[in-house]
Design a protein around this ligand. Structure first.
Ligand SMILES: Nc1nc2c(ncn2[C@@H]2O[C@H](COP(=O)(O)OP(=O)(O)OP(=O)(O)O)[C@@H](O)[C@H]2O)c(=O)[nH]1
Length: 361
């Protein structure tokens, strides 16, 4: 049911007025969450669209984004409130060649307040294929901008009869479109930040945690284990004669071995264990809540699994072995001391002929 100007200016029933005040407050509360990344952005969009649907008293509100803001050729449905019956499932993409007037208006940044969508020159293109079958009579569409370019549109659809869109309804839709724009930007920035954090703590080649990560992780695990008086163990692993593998199969062959060995480590340990590539052909596995005797048996399984691994590379099969140093992490000393002890054990394993496990003293 549309709100009439006269009604809004003076005669609006108390009920409708109270209802609007209530919905506006709800909408403002939801809009204020635009920077709260703990709410998923799809959830946020669907929340504001629902509030907008109620505020404007329309059948559906949806968000559509251009495939390419610099050179738009399609509008793709991004979020929408459901509506009772009719279209279900994903909405089809809209192509510029089918709706040139509509696209032109949105690209120009116009807010389309089509009181009668079937006669408005910007929306009449939808008449036979969409408006008539869906019984949509009024459309209120506001462009979503980013950096001065229209990147998409918020679309409000009224069914059954034309309506006169009021000025406040137009402004409310534009505010919602602006809010969608900011939220999409917040989402992009959040994704970028996630990616940077991942990059800062991840080894690019193997996807394992890197040295920076293990140092932070060890620090927090050491204090946790100290408080709980629990044992923490570590394996330091070095691939044997890795230079020969590089020399024989090339750097890419060596990389393939490192990647497959990383997977081998991951497949062998518990989810709470922390596998890291320290650099080069050197890896470390931290085993929380683990006595050194159990750590020795993990090392034994890893040594056997590595020796049995057949790395397929350009028609060849590459075999390799590992030398492992096992240490119980000394919770009263800096972590670097335990690393050093494990490193010396690796050195002894190498000196003893490689493909060996040694316990750090
Ligand atoms: N393919 C590849 N090779 C690497 C990478 N990082 C380091 N290396 C190579 O790893 C080799 C390590 O050689 P060394 O330190 O001599 O050790 P090793 O040949 O494994 O001999 P031992 O440790 O004594 O058994 C060097 O040739 C490095 O160039 C990497 O990311 N990819």
């Amino acid at each position: 049911m549309a709100v009439d100007v006269k009604e809004y200016e003076g005669d609006m029933s108390n009920n409708r007025h109270n209802e609007l005040t209530h919905v506006t407050q709800r909408l403002r509360r939801v809009l204020s969450k635009e920077v709260d990344v703990s709410v998923g952005h799809q959830q946020f969009l669907s929340d504001i669209l629902l509030e907008a649907k109620e505020l404007l008293n329309v059948s559906r509100v949806s968000v559509w984004l251009f495939d390419d803001a610099a050179k738009p050729s399609k509008l793709i449905n991004y979020a929408n409130t459901d509506w009772d019956g009719l279209i279900t499932g994903p909405l089809p993409e809209l192509a510029v060649q089918d709706y040139p007037n509509y696209f032109r208006a949105i690209i120009n940044g116009e807010t389309i307040s089509a009181n009668d969508a079937m006669t408005d020159a910007r929306t009449s293109e939808f008449t036979d294929g969409y408006l008539i079958p869906q019984q949509i009579c009024a459309l209120l569409d506001a462009a979503i901008f980013q950096n001065g370019l229209a990147i998409g549109v918020v679309c409000c659809e009224g069914r059954f009869e034309p309506r006169n869109w009021l000025q406040w309804e137009v402004v409310a839709t534009e505010l919602i479109a602006d809010c969608c724009s900011r939220r999409l930007l917040v989402h992009e920035l959040w994704q970028m930040q996630q990616r940077l954090t991942e990059m800062a703590f991840q080894d690019v080649l193997t996807g394992l945690n890197n040295r920076r990560y293990v140092m932070d992780y060890a620090k927090s695990e050491m204090s946790r284990h100290q408080r709980a008086d629990r044992p923490l163990s570590l394996l330091m692993i070095d691939l044997d004669r890795f230079k020969l593998i590089n020399d024989k199969y090339g750097h890419d062959g060596g990389d393939e071995v490192l990647k497959q060995f990383a997977q081998c480590c991951n497949s062998l340990v518990r989810t709470e264990d922390c596998v890291c590539r320290l650099g080069g052909e050197e890896f470390i596995i931290l085993l929380p809540e683990t006595e050194v005797a159990q750590a020795m048996s993990v090392a034994q399984r890893l040594k056997e699994k590595a020796a049995a691994l057949e790395v397929q590379y350009e028609g060849d099969i590459i075999h390799f072995t590992v030398s492992i140093g096992v240490a119980s992490v000394n919770l009263n000393m800096p972590f670097s001391q335990s690393l050093k002890a494990a490193d010396q054990a690796v050195y002894q394993a190498k000196a003893a002929g490689r493909n060996q496990i040694k316990l750090a003293l």
